[in-house]
Design a protein. Sequence first.
Length: 318
Amino acid sequence: MRQISGYPARPAPLRRKGCDKIERNGRRTAMLAAALWLAVGSGCNLLRLANSSVDNADKTPKEPLVVAPSKHPFRVSQFAFLSDIELKTDQPLFGELRDLPDQVYKELQLPSSNTLIQVYLFQDREKYEHFMHIRYPDLPKRRAFFVAQPRSVGGGEDLLVYTFWGERIREDLRHELTHALLHSVLKDVPLWLDEGLAEYFELPPESEGINQGHLEQLRRNGGETFKASLTHLEELSQVQQMTPAEYREAWAWVHLMLHGRPEVKAVLTGYLQQLRFNPSPGNLRPRLASVLPEFNDALYQHLAELAKKSSSVPTAQQ
């Protein structure tokens, strides 16, 4: 759920994830009144707020003021956690999150960033939803949100993640923090690519980016129900336009580019380099076609190979 900053005058729409994840992606078109968009998928939301929308939220509280968690602060890499409950910071989850920035930046060949990302971790879903309902009343109920919030003084943005300690905390944190990490170094990211990358990195490192649920859906009935269209994905500019199918396909294209031939991966990493300085470098599709003319067929073949590889792995290991 992240909204990547790039168009300061535009509020960041929320992105929908295919698995119940709402993601706020920040450089999407939206009128100020529609600054808050919902996203679906694994439960995250990506949101980028314009200054005026933040002001309006502050000026019209409908219920008593609520405060975010602050009792138990701790730091993991560039992530500053503020939690309602005391947590053991030596547990594997936080060791994994400590490595996440290096994983994302190294895999995507991006420069590292020490930008602070604030993570508000609520004790349970009830407290989290109560806070979000009051602080961001227009947002739908989702498990996690990433918010890029303009600072009232000094310019710039605060990168904020809100979630609660639940069964899918690992997935939710990895997904939202991926959005925040990208947002900290890029001017903007196309909606489909933003979500595809978050879908990829929400998975633990040992999975090699393979989302078994997405793969099974895409390969259902021998792949006959899946018709790839990168053109369609690149036309999407609002979270509401994305369905679970678009999230699955976005993940598939990202996996193909990151695990395909070197010249294919170079298309993606080169495009991301442009996004460091230019929020609108054009579509990625023509660049991919220049090195992979039959890119739809290449995607189908890539998914078939992943399915074959997955079927050879014992269930206990998957």
